[in-house]
Design a protein around this ligand. Structure first.
Ligand code: BG6
Length: 488
């Protein structure tokens, strides 16, 4: 059982980012406003028990647009990658990156989302990024929609709730495929598509739920999601036509759920929560809605409006590979009153007594990654790609250096388990660490929740020199890549 296999010679080591967390330049080069530009910074003391600050509602949007609301919007500023990309990419090349995942701001290409012609300045900006990456032999992976959509589509259609947005998305995707066909071979449609049913206003669905009568809100989430599945399948079809040697992936936030005890009630609860998580890949990989979700809909009086060919479109256009993020596992029980709630943001669950937690309460579980990889591969037999993994932590500068051994330990233990999974026979294409350069946190808009190998001197108030500093983990990851994962 101890035989460990090496990572494949062409294994894609690198990092992953998102436009609204790094770029800045939110009003430059003809870019329109996006849903992420509406997310204001809320200090921790005002954040509430779940410690997230991404709520956007109709009133807030109106107040921002009319100038009544005056806040700071870190996702408009990012880390100024819009200007600093040559220097930042140079540092990633120094670490030996084989791949960098970025996302494209849909609103840089179509400022309102539904124009007839794309914005040339936006297209030219990403050409420069791809050229800079390719200069160093770094392959780009592109997410078409990472937790944002043009505000114009939110205002006009209430995002993906309206079927018209499917057409606008496919048009946007096709413009990108044609433009970058010689430069980009790995694409993802929607980042963490499963977060829509949990937090739809601020994910790629762009649905403002207060515009939907309360009793219809859950149905609205599944309807918007159906439109995203269609948009994703149609974009996959176009990609195969326009760039035959390119690969399309879905992207899931894999939340591995354990039952707290051996009580079958707990195990059943965990199974149901895992099904709710894997429901998305079941559709995007197998091409059809699974029975367990149909049962849930009928028990809850939910139903989808579909057109005649929808099922055929889904069936005929599955993804080529499964990309997923993995940060933590979740523990659940059918007896909530008997256990301590998990104190991390985002996820509902109970504390797993066997696992340590991060500064943000996320349960650290490297073996869970091996389990997740094996489970996904057993279920689908499709190539897998870890496109996000990492530790959000506070960093301290001591005499100009950052000794982030906690980050190294987290990454090392996960890479070890990844190697176990590869040795178990899982087909894994690559590993992209989240936020290789510090960036704005998605859930809290903080800068102090840092993931990077490269420190960026900006604080939660947006102040700082913007200087980039190599952390200890920078030199460690460089060694890992150079040795193809043997020197950990
Ligand atoms: C993933 C997202 O959920 O987690 C990223 O795809 C995000 O956008 C990452 O940044 C980490 O979350 P956070 O809230 O720590 O930034």
């Amino acid at each position: 059982m101890n035989q460990l296999k090496s990572f494949p010679a062409n294994f894609l080591w690198g990092g992953a980012t998102a436009a609204n967390q790094i770029e800045g330049g939110f009003d430059l080069g003809g870019k329109g406003l996006s849903s992420a530009d509406m997310v204001a910074y809320v200090p921790k003391s005002e954040r509430g028990a779940n410690n997230i600050s991404i709520e956007v509602d109709s009133q807030r949007i109106q107040d921002i647009l009319s100038g009544v609301f005056q806040g700071r919007f870190p996702k408009r500023e990012g880390i100024d990658f819009y200007h600093s990309y040559p220097q930042d990419i140079h540092l990633m090349a120094e670490m030996g990156f084989k791949m960098l995942r970025i996302s494209i701001h849909w609103s840089r290409i179509f400022p309102n989302g539904d124009e007839k012609q794309p914005n040339e300045a936006g297209l030219a900006f990403y050409d420069k990024i791809f050229d800079e990456l390719l200069k160093y032999g770094i392959q780009p992976m592109v997410t078409l929609c990472h937790y944002e959509i043009p505000l114009g589509l939110v205002q006009k259609y209430n995002g993906f709730l309206h079927r018209a947005v499917v057409t606008h998305f496919v048009n946007y995707a096709e413009v990108l495929f044609k433009r970058y066909k010689d430069k980009v071979k790995y694409w993802l449609t929607f980042n963490e598509i499963n977060m829509v049913t949990m937090h739809s206003p601020y994910t790629g669905a762009g649905v403002i739920l207060d515009r939907v009568p309360k009793a219809q809100r859950e149905n609205a989430k599944y309807q918007a999601l159906h439109h995203q599945f269609l948009a994703s399948a149609l974009a996959t079809k176009s990609l195969h036509k326009i760039i035959p040697d390119a690969r399309m992936g879905c992207m899931l936030a894999r939340m591995l759920h354990y039952g707290l005890t051996a009580d079958p009630e707990d195990q059943r609860e965990a199974q149901w929560r895992n099904q709710q998580n894997l429901f998305y890949t079941d559709i995007q990989v197998r091409g059809e809605y699974p029975n367990y979700i149909r049962r849930y809909w009928s028990a809850n009086n939910l139903s989808l409006q579909k057109q005649r060919d929808d099922d055929i479109i889904l069936k005929q256009n599955p993804v080529d590979f499964i990309a997923f993020s993995y940060y933590m596992s979740v523990c659940v029980t059918a007896h909530k009153d008997q256990s301590k709630p998990m104190d991390g943001n985002f996820i509902e669950g109970v504390r797993n007594p066997y696992l340590p937690i991060s500064d943000w309460g996320w349960q650290i579980d490297p073996i869970g990654l091996r389990i997740a990889l094996n489970d996904l591969y057993d279920r689908y037999q499709k190539p897998l790609f870890i496109v996000e993994n990492g530790l959000g932590a506070y960093d301290k500068i001591e005499k100009g250096k950052i000794h982030d051994d906690y980050r190294i330990n987290y990454l090392r233990s996960h890479i070890c388990q990844m190697q176990e999974a590869v040795s178990d026979g899982v087909e894994l294409l690559g590993y992209l660490a989240w936020g290789p350069i510090d960036l704005v946190s998605m859930s809290t808009s903080e800068m102090s929740k840092r993931y990077g190998f490269i420190f960026v001197d900006i604080d939660d108030e947006g102040k700082g020199s913007r200087q980039r500093i190599r952390k200890d983990s920078f030199f460690w990851y460089k060694k890992v890549i150079a040795s193809n994962g043997t020197d950990l």
